[in-house]
Design a protein around this ligand. Structure first.
Ligand code: NAG
Ligand code: NAG
Ligand code: NAG
Length: 353
């Protein structure tokens, strides 16, 4: 192995060994850097820091306004003027207003449909199904709540026509978009609080849901005293979950926006029912609770601050419940009905039973 000059060979050999070592070291350093970069990326991407730094919901929840808002709300409901000013009053108007909720003809149930402005077909299908005014002797009223888009567009012209024809659309003066859903929800609470405050119960629903008014009325008439305490009911499909901190997520919530590690229990926005008393407490309560852009979580926060515990009702389906005649006999609400013919077919079949 060794040549003429063993010493030289040894030196060379040592040199090459050194180079090799250096190479390995450099490669290791390279690996280390890549590893560190991946770590930083993962840390950033998955919002690990946000998870680590979030505050404990159970011990530290104190969403603004940081006072007990219950006595303030009670004072307002009792007709007094509290000395605390509202912090959350949306400055929008009702552009149409059909006063169909007379005190004389008190509705048993009012259905508030959160509808998208161009969903003409959805609204038609609802009018032909669960939005019908009389259900087995009960007085039911249905209203559609919309924002605005472009006042001179064809869509708006058609909405104006639809409003004149059916008188069941309440249009409001903010832009209709997903992240304005909290505004839409609270403004529709305001409308019923001001113009339709006499009903026993209120069902809030999206325009792509299947609803059984019979099953709902049955549920609210025999809810146990455990879920409806003192006439306060806020029920539907209840989620107990945590904020998403992933950078890429549409649902990402920063620590600045919401610093706690859990959401309060909340009823998913697809469909939920509130009793008359709960409707008033949630609306007046919302005036003292800072805006939050997810409407269902916002109501969960208001409920928590008002001491209202949401009731989970297994007959509200957050995911579409696959249709079978018998299986649907106790369904109150199910997602996944943006196909109008399907909604009409299912509703007719259930109502013929
Ligand atoms: C509203 O719609 C009209 C007609 O389609 C169009 O000319 C106008 O530019 C639109 N305005 C805005 C603000 O989008
Ligand atoms: C408005 O209504 C007319 C007549 O029903 C229809 O032809 C048109 O497609 C509708 N336009 C929009 C934007 O919905
Ligand atoms: C919500 O509505 C307001 C008022 O119309 C508008 O200025 C704002 O851009 C809307 N927000 C979103 C996210 O669309």
């Amino acid at each position: 192995m060794l040549g003429k000059d063993p010493k030289k060979q040894i030196v060379k050999y040592r040199e090459s060994q050194c180079t090799l070592k250096r190479l390995i070291m450099r490669r290791n350093r390279y690996k280390l850097i890549v590893f560190a970069l991946v770590l930083v990326y993962v840390y950033h991407f998955f919002g690990v820091g946000d998870y680590v730094q979030s505050k404990n919901f159970d011990s530290d929840f104190n969403y603004p306004l940081n006072v007990d808002i219950r006595p303030i709300v009670q004072a307002i409901l009792d007709g007094q003027k509290p000395n605390v000013k509202p912090i959350n009053y949306y400055p929008y108007k009702f552009l149409s207003n059909y006063r169909q909720c007379s005190v004389v003809n008190k509705p048993d149930l009012v259905i508030i449909v959160k509808s998208a402005i161009d969903h003409f077909g959805h609204r038609d299908a609802i009018r032909k199904t669960y939005g019908k005014p009389h259900v087995q002797g009960y007085n039911v009223k249905t209203f559609f709540f919309l924002g605005v888009d472009n006042a001179s567009s064809d869509v708006q012209k058609n909405i104006t026509k639809e409003m004149t024809e059916f008188k069941d659309i309440i249009q409001m003066s903010f832009r209709d978009s997903y992240f304005n859903n909290t505004i839409k929800t609270v403004m529709s609470f305001r409308w019923i609080f001001q113009h339709c405050a006499e009903a026993q119960h209120y069902l809030f629903t999206d325009d792509d849901m299947y609803i059984s008014v019979q099953n709902l009325l049955k549920y609210v008439s025999d809810v146990t005293t455990a879920s409806e305490r003192d006439g306060i009911l806020f029920a539907g499909y209840v989620f107990k979950s945590a904020p998403q901190r992933f950078r890429s997520s549409k649902w990402r919530v920063s620590l600045e926006e919401y610093p706690w590690d859990k959401w309060p229990p909340y009823v998913t926005a697809g469909a939920y029912v509130v009793s008359n008393k709960a409707m008033k407490m949630l609306y007046v309560g919302s005036l003292f609770v800072k805006h939050f852009r997810f409407d269902d979580i916002y109501l969960g926060i208001v409920a928590k601050k008002m001491g209202i515990v949401p009731t989970h009702c297994p007959h509200f389906h957050f995911y579409k419940k696959p249709y079978e005649r018998e299986v649907y006999s106790d369904v109150i609400a199910s997602h996944g009905y943006s196909n109008h013919d399907e909604l009409i077919r299912v509703w007719n079949e259930q109502n013929a039973l």
